[in-house]
Ligand binder design. Structure first.
Ligand code: AMP
Length: 511
């Protein structure tokens, strides 16, 4: 396969216009190393077409920073990307991206004033601006970024959410040298002595992790230990060390799984950054990337009868390249129904009603399957709607799953996410051979069901609010193809958590 080298915006746009397939973008500044290549490999497993951009973005460098001497190795980069069979290398010039008259920049808000933002004023303004431009030019379905630049990931995720960009962000773990130093294009500037001293970054993070594993949860104590290690090595100046909440970057007092330690240090003129996501002992990086949003361990699988069809569905969802398995700090909990089927539904034939909610909650502890006694707003609203008092009454009659298992943090789930998740929902539905009714909670689940399960055209789907307007609920009877076109009753209701309105109880219709 030939790797195409594109240098103009016009040609890149034309390529995208001719490419109906799923497309991944890996933005880089070149001088590629194994860290970048890990992103490319991940991208190739998740999309049909992979574009790697190589652009040393001038607007993210400050006036005193190293733009002119930033390492560049275009021939070697191309060779590496060819060997990985990348489809397109997009390597525009500065003037192609910032033509004369360019004037508009993004302001990513307060995050630009802390850590890298505080030390490199304007840096994230430049990053957000160029990434938005690249997204607009390349129009990727998924874009890949490294955990190595943790704050950058937080900025990009905000950008995508704030501007409703139709792109999924996947974050890949930090790739390190054999001795632990995080791979970076800037490592080539370290002389032998500094290269040795640079190990302080990863070593001090490892030390903090050891202490946390041994039970030290006080962030200040861990930071003191990190600072002490740096004080002992005059070659390395610590710019900052902090332990933060991964979503807000606010410092935390107590370390929990998912908290992130951020470090930046200087060796002469070379600045290095590193970070660590705290997690269970020995947990793999992929899992840690999910921890910021999934702090609850998966439930214990029951040892009951083997249920190969459930297991294969569970694995297919966990390994889905489109949604649940995306290793990303943007990954919400995977506590969808497939995980609980074996334990809670010994006989799938007896379930008559499936309830489809909107998305797995940010805190899985709130999910009835995780904490059956929980009576939070969702559980109370759900039980009221169905006419049961608690989870004990719910479980023998109903099963609960979600329309969207990814991007659950955004207020409005985008259509593409609903499409990704619909295939798993369909598989879950098929597991219950005797379903008589389906209860749909809220607009996202409604849209997903209408469009992707009942295969209706958007133009023929009534707006949700209009549908529910007079009664507060609506119903229809529709045949589902995999039940041999057997009719199933479908109830559409307000969502107990996301909607302000409340639907009346469906109990009389669900006997
Ligand atoms: P850069 O060329 O430095 O802008 O990096 C391009 C992408 O590669 C960014 O998303 C970085 O976070 C990612 N990256 C850089 N170094 C590493 C590494 N050691 N491990 C994983 N990803 C990395």
């Amino acid at each position: 396969m030939k790797t195409r080298w594109i240098t103009t915006v016009a040609e890149m746009k034309a390529f995208r216009a001719e490419t109906p397939k799923s497309l991944a973008l890996v933005p880089t500044m070149g001088a590629l190393h194994e860290g970048h290549l890990s992103l490319v490999r991940q991208a190739k497993t998740q999309c049909d077409v992979t574009v790697v951009s190589v652009f040393v973005n001038p607007t993210q460098f400050g006036p005193t920073e190293d733009l002119a001497r930033y390492p560049r190795s275009p021939e070697k980069d191309l060779e590496l990307l060819r060997s990985l069979e990348v489809d397109v290398v997009f390597a525009p010039s500065s003037t192609e991206i910032y033509p004369a008259g360019f004037a508009t920049f993004l302001d990513p808000g307060h995050i630009t004033t802390v850590f890298e933002g505080a030390i490199r004023p304007g840096h994230f303004r430049g990053v957000a601006t160029v990434v938005l431009k690249l997204f607009n030019i390349v129009r990727p379905d998924i874009a890949f970024f490294g955990q190595k630049d943790f704050q950058q990931v937080v900025v990009i995720r905000r950008l995508v959410e704030d501007f409703n960009l139709p792109v999924r962000i996947v974050v890949c773990p930090i790739v390190r040298e054999a001795d632990g130093l995080a791979k970076s294009s800037r490592n080539v500037y370290l002389n032998a002595e500094d290269r040795k001293a640079a190990l302080l970054l990863s070593h001090s993070l490892e030390r903090a992790e050891e202490m946390a594993q041994a039970g030290e949860g006080d962030a200040q104590k861990l930071l003191e230990e990190i600072r002490k290690t740096f004080d002992a090595e005059p070659r390395v100046q610590l710019d900052y060390a902090a332990i933060v909440n991964p979503a807000t970057l606010e410092p935390v007092a107590q370390v929990i799984p998912g908290s992130v330690a951020l470090l930046a240090a200087r060796l002469g003129t070379v600045r290095l950054i590193d970070n660590l996501i705290f997690g269970p002992s020995g947990s793999p990086p992929q899992l840690r990337l999910q921890l910021p949003l999934t702090t609850q361990p998966a439930d214990k699988e029951s040892s009951a009868t083997p249920r190969p069809e459930i297991e294969s569905l569970r694995l297919s969802i966990e390994n889905c390249r489109d949604c649940a398995a995306v290793s990303s700090i943007s990954l919400p909990p995977r506590e969808f129904l497939a995980k609980y089927l074996k334990r809670d539904y010994p006989d799938l034939h007896s379930t008559r009603v499936l309830v489809i909610g909107r998305c797995a909650p940010i805190n899985p502890a709130g999910l009835p399957y995780c904490r059956p006694q929980a009576l939070n707003r969702f559980a109370t609203g759900l039980y009221d709607l169905l006419g049961v008092r608690n989870f004990g009454e719910f479980k023998p009659r109903f099963a609960l799953t979600d329309a969207a298992r990814c991007h659950a943090t955004v207020n409005r789930v985008d259509g593409r996410t609903l499409e990704y998740c619909a295939k798993h929902l369909r598989q879950e539905l098929k597991l219950f051979p005797n379903l008589q009714s389906i209860v749909i909670l809220g607009e996202d689940a409604y849209l997903q069901f209408q469009k992707h399960i009942l295969s209706r055209q958007l133009a023929n789907i009534k707006p949700f609010k209009q549908l529910l307007k007079s009664e507060g609920w609506a119903q229809e009877t529709a045949p589902l193809p995999w039940y041999g076109q057997r009719d199933v009753r479908i109830f559409y209701c307000y969502h107990p958590t996301f909607d302000n309105n409340k639907s009346p109880s469906l109990a009389p219709y669900l006997e």
